[in-house]
Write a new protein. Sequence first.
Length: 312
Amino acid sequence: MINPLNLPEKPNDLNKGIFLIVIAFLCIAIMSTFGKAAADLPTGPLVFFQNGISLLLFAPFILRHGIKELRTTRIGLHVVRALTGLLSQALFFIAVKNIALVDAVLLANAAPLFIPIVALLWMRTPIRPAVIASLLVGFVGVIMILKPSAELLKDPAALIAISAAAFSAVALVSVNALSSTDKSNTILFYYFFISTIATLPFTFMQWQTPQGNQWMYLLGVGVFMALGQLFIILAYKHASAAQIAPFNYSVVIFSGIIGWMVWHTALDMTALLGIALVCAGGIASILFTAKKQSHAFVLSHSHHGQKVDEAE
């Protein structure tokens, strides 16, 4: 199993793996909460702090053996992967300011519904009938959440959130291509580094000095993103992707609870059924895909898609 931080190997322990992946996506839900709470701050500084703090925290571990970890012959693909992942995060932060936390998180984490389509168009990877069925179930759920109407054009926040999932899917397929030649350390570092550099001009242009709790929101977005990454890495040290990837959708449950507690958000039955269908379709897509691959990915818009080999 690939180990980005070179942590000691542990025997397969499914319960521990599930516990750690759930904690990871609790951190992602909290990160998303800080993003929504920072609604008065521009998106540029939000994404800059998110990636800059993660870069500062992870760089010492990734580079402790020197810059040899950064060797790559595919810098162009790293740029594509970083920019599409960055766009996914930026679109999510724009959307979550205007719609319910759980809706934004669920739609932005619908990447598993788009990955087979992106892989088909880009890599010419055929889609299995079982995967097609799971995608149909998931997209029916998306439609139920979006509730297509003229109002959707006036307030396109939900469409922006689902666009975040589409860009996330492109980023994840890029990771799949990169993982055949580059180490996880290399992929993770270039994502945070390129994203930090790319958001720097927007941060200067949009900068407004945070007031009061806004500093905490910016720090929270970065720190909890980094904690989410760390717990994801630890989780996949203990169990295989096929075993615990479905628990990625625990982020939806956490987001629903936090949204209800903080913003008193209540969902109608149509939205709840839509959420259930998107989760079911996404989990089925992950499981059907994992059966055909020797590795899998943590399929979330907010984890940056590091490659994680199956546990032996």
